[in-house]
Design a binder for this molecule. Structure first.
Ligand SMILES: Cc1ncc(C[n+]2csc(CCOP(=O)(O)OP(=O)(O)O)c2C)c(N)n1
Length: 371
């Protein structure tokens, strides 16, 4: 594997006095976002195990990659996230309750309950395109959007994040190729977290890591320690600056580890060796950043305890609000597709509302088909 950029050592010391140029408040904001992710994972696991949401995606271990990358972008940029990027939303100030509305698929969910949980999409305060369930399809989306912004003469950057398994998709190859040919302002962030569900990296690819794949497309690449928030941030900052200057895309491989299942439906103890988990536990990205804050003299046990309690309470309250929000109206099965509802769809809608009324269920509210 090519040289891997590390800027925070496991003991929290920075490489050669590296300075990220962030204020104390900004550093703590990064740490807070990572703790929010931990709390989100914890609460979603309980919600799923108690049958109140369908499933969730654990983020444990990937937080520094998510927050480091997100922190390198401007509000005018675009993010095409993978499903394991909760920290990107929370760093950019998406309220946890908005994410929870999606987890429950309720009436306030931006997708109105039509998507699976974890399929967030937001336009503010930074554009988050909707998660694509089919692996790799969002890479060409990001490249197309980036090329469009280049044609318009904008200086926006488009970050697309995907897993190591995503590099075996057709979307990876067509996206990488077009981005390089068109010099589109894209940052490809490959989260090499060791496994694609249960498929280990050595069964995924015969190449020496993932970053090197960029060479075949004539693209720059970098490999970073994905459990080091500053290393990921710096690599994305560098790639973004070049992209803004019209110098095209970069592929960044973030080497990290998924300290949990692929989803809450998965049991990684069936395929991840115990020793590997123990090895990566020592490289925990949240602990590493906390040690950095302590060394810098801006963190204490009291601040730690308070922040952990506060972030957990925030996520808990968000879950309670979302759970008590109504389900989407029955008409949302039909709305937002046609400007004018065609007669055969109308007939189905009227039939459904009539049936709902006759059965006396609450879904139609006893009303007529409103479209
Ligand atoms: C086109 C397609 N094929 C298969 C799947 C099933 N699937 C869902 S996640 C996944 C693994 C993806 O691995 P990776 O990109 O490494 O992401 P990770 O979950 O490990 O972060 C697969 C094969 C899918 N969603 N889409």
């Amino acid at each position: 594997m090519t040289d891997m950029l590390t800027l925070i050592q496991p003991d929290g010391a920075t490489e050669n006095g590296y300075d990220a140029g962030l204020s104390d408040e900004e550093l703590i904001h990064c740490y807070r976002a990572m703790l929010l992710v931990r709390s989100f994972d914890e609460i979603c696991l309980k919600l799923q195990r108690s049958g109140r949401i369908g499933f969730s995606i654990p983020n444990r271990g990937i937080e520094a990659t998510q927050v480091g990358a997100a922190s390198a972008l401007r509000k005018s940029d675009w993010i095409f996230p993978s499903y394991r990027d909760f920290g990107m939303y929370l760093y950019h100030g998406i309220p946890a309750v908005e994410m929870m509305h999606n987890m429950f698929g309720n009436a306030l969910d931006s997708a109105k309950g039509r998507q699976m949980p974890v399929h967030f999409s937001f336009v503010e305060p930074i554009h988050f395109c909707s998660i694509s369930s089919p692996i790799g399809t969002h890479l060409p989306h990001a490249v197309g959007a980036a090329y469009a912004s280049k044609l318009r003469g904008e200086d926006t950057v488009h970050l697309v994040s995907f897993g190591d398994g995503g590099t075996s998709s057709l979307g990876f190859h067509s996206g990488m190729n077009f981005a390089a040919v068109w010099k589109a302002p894209v940052v490809f962030l490959c989260q090499n977290n060791g496994y694609a569900i249960s498929c280990p990296s050595d069964e995924q690819t015969a190449s020496d890591g993932y970053a090197i794949k960029a060479e075949a497309y004539g693209m720059r690449h970098a490999t970073v320690d994905g459990n080091d928030l500053f290393a990921v941030r710096q690599a994305v900052l560098d790639a973004a600056e070049l992209a803004r200057r019209g110098e095209g895309p970069t592929l960044i491989e973030s080497v990290t580890f998924r300290m949990g299942g692929h989803s809450t439906s998965d049991d990684p103890t069936k395929y991840v060796p115990k020793e590997l988990i123990e090895e990566w536990e020592k490289k925990d990205p949240v602990e590493r950043f906390r040690r950095f804050l302590e060394r810098k003299g801006i963190w204490t046990q009291k601040l730690e305890d308070d922040l952990r309690a506060e972030t957990l309470a925030e996520i808990d309250a968000a879950a309670k609000t979302a759970e008590s929000t109504d389900a989407p109206g029955l008409e949302t099965i039909f709305s937002d597709v046609y400007a004018e509802v065609p007669h055969h769809i109308r007939a189905q809608g009227e039939f459904l509302f009539d049936l709902s009324k006759r059965r006396g269920d609450a879904a139609s509210g006893g009303g007529e088909f409103p479209l």
